[in-house]
Design a protein around this ligand. Sequence first.
Ligand code: SAH
Length: 203
Amino acid sequence: MRKQLVEQLALKGIADGQVLAAMEAVPRHWFIDSALLPLAYKDQAVPIGCGQSISQPYTVARQTEMLGVRPHDKVLEIGTGSGYQTAVLYTLKAHIYTIERQYDLFRQTERLLAAAGYKVRCFYGDGYKGLPAYAPFDRIIVTAAAPEIPKQLLQQLKVGGRMVIPVGEESQTMYVIDRVEENLFRESSHGDCRFVPFLAGRE
Ligand code: SAH
């Protein structure tokens, strides 16, 4: 089923072989409630409790492809959620720091990722602030929609680094932001998307 899903993703335009291989390797069903297992390998978002959802596989693939992760990159993920995107990034051999603002999800996913052998660092907190103590990062991926690009996150990017973030309230656009020089950021937009909102503070 996972192979078929990956074939669908390729047909929908995902061209990066490494991303497709990572998605073929990560068992998405581990990250989904057992009652919803039949949906694990369909190309759709699935509720994960706490009012959140695991992103649609196409979205995970597309965002990961745009991120352009290289082995050993230091990556900050905002919105751990189910941990599925986290596992895909780990499979691409990146060093992952991931933040979740909902305590229950943070606890549950931190445990799941560790039990499944994904060695990543999970943090409970407000992703708007990033992780200044661990900055700078080669890559930052935001998996909830922000009303605007958080300035504090831009400051945590290395020069030569890249952030991928959905921006907007009702309708959202995917942005790629490259830090070209210390004070020079280059922004490009990559079509419409739909994410749960990025919320300030923690619960
Ligand atoms: N990558 C996840 C997507 C989960 S949905 C997956 O594939 O499962 C987005 C997640 O972002 C939710 O879990 C939500 O609680 C979290 N979130 C929203 N605002 C946040 C913030 N300010 N800081 C950290 N996480 C946040």
